[in-house]
Design a protein around this ligand. Structure first.
Ligand SMILES: NC(=O)c1ccc[n+]([C@@H]2O[C@H](COP(=O)([O-])OP(=O)(O)OC[C@H]3O[C@@H](n4cnc5c(N)ncnc54)[C@H](O)[C@@H]3O)[C@@H](O)[C@H]2O)c1
Length: 322
């Protein structure tokens, strides 16, 4: 049985929907930002908190867990700057509780949701896993801290783990059952689509004078089902191969500018966006694009869905829940 912590959230619920096809799954989530209805009905759902050893022990006592996938975290960059305690407490201290209980129950396979924010402002065009990690906010720091803890635990306690550093997750399941439901929503594609559905008056583009071909920031978008499949490949590598501990980037390998994303949303929806150009936000690098070559070579995984497919799936989802 696989324990998915944070499996009621956006990315976790998409992973669970894929994973139940081949494994027994139990989800632990406190529903602080997630939704119980997003959890696939084939999975067992337990409402509980990662930072509460009693909740964790109840799960490990009652179910034969052989691996843990850990999606549960706070992930609003701005909030992490104004309230770092909240981020270090949930993303680092609570994760330590989970690792401690795992070791107590001799569960040694772990998959961790990390982020492009661990790289900070990159000094290279295409980021690979050996690129410098220098986070510029407490959110990115909290994820890098856990990565460092995992390396020490692997050396000391024989923990096997895969760190997956996601770039921008986007899109919705092909089933039509789940999609992106963050509140507040801070991600570009859902914000544009909500605007095109009349739920927001306009879209702010933060800076059009960056050193990029059209002046807007370039980011790497990856379909959430592609992300889910990467987790399943990583899980296979942990369970079926000896010591596959590794850190991988997960991106599409292709960057798109904010303007290109807006243009593609207009194309997919047949609607016109009302855009205003706002000031740059501090800490926004001009370009964040991943090389996912390492996981392609090691596990044979690559992103299958391009930007148009990502937006098309998200558009169907947003229309269905408006
Ligand atoms: N969305 C992205 O583009 C993106 C990019 C990079 C990394 N990530 C990481 O991926 C993971 C999932 O992101 P998401 O967008 O699905 O976020 P989300 O907020 O939708 O999901 C997080 C889930 O964890 C749960 N949770 C949080 N704290 C908990 C706790 N203490 N105990 C139990 N459950 C708890 C929430 O209720 C929620 O269901 C996060 O770790 C995030 O940092 C996301």
């Amino acid at each position: 049985m696989i324990l998915v912590v944070g499996g009621a959230g956006y990315i976790g619920s998409h992973l669970v929907e894929e994973l139940v096809k081949t494994s027994e799954v139990i989800v632990l989530d406190n529903l602080s930002t997630g939704h119980e209805k997003a959890v696939d009905p084939q999975a067992i759902f337990v409402k509980g908190d990662l930072g509460n050893e009693r909740d964790l022990k109840a799960v490990f006592n009652n179910y034969p867990i052989k691996a843990v996938m850990h999606f549960a975290a706070y992930s609003l960059v701005g909030e992490s700057v104004t309230d770092p305690l909240k981020y270090y407490e949930n993303n680092v201290a609570a994760t330590l509780k989970l690792l401690k209980v795992m070791l107590k129950y001799n569960v040694k396979n772990f998959i961790f949701s990390s982020t492009a924010a661990t790289y900070g402002i990159p000094n290279v065009e295409i980021i690979n896993e050996d690129s410098r990690t220098q986070p510029i906010n407490p959110y990115g720091q909290s994820k890098l801290m856990v990565e460092n803890i995992l390396a020490d635990f692997a050396a000391a306690y024989d923990l096997h783990y895969v760190v997956l550093r996601y770039f921008n997750a986007a899109g919705a399941s092909g089933s039509g059952r789940i999609g992106e439901m963050h509140d507040p929503e801070t991600h570009l594609i859902p914000i544009i689509l909500q605007h095109l559905l009349g739920q927001r008056e306009q879209i702010s583009v933060f800076g059009d004078d960056y050193d990029t071909p059209d002046g807007t920031c370039i980011r790497d978008y990856i379909h959430v089902t592609d992300l889910a499949n990467a987790h399943i490949a990583a899980l296979d590598s942990l369970l079926n191969a000896q010591n596959k501990t590794a850190t991988y980037n997960l991106g599409n390998g292709q960057g798109y500018s904010v303007k290109e994303v807006i243009d593609t949303c207009e194309k997919v929806t047949g609607r016109k966006a009302n855009i205003i150009i706002a000031d740059r936000r501090s800490g926004d690098p001009a370009r964040l694009v991943a090389s996912s070559e390492k996981i392609r070579q090691a596990l044979g995984w690559k992103a299958e869905r391009d930007l148009e497919k990502i937006i098309d799936s998200a558009w169907k989802w947003h229309q269905s829940v408006q």
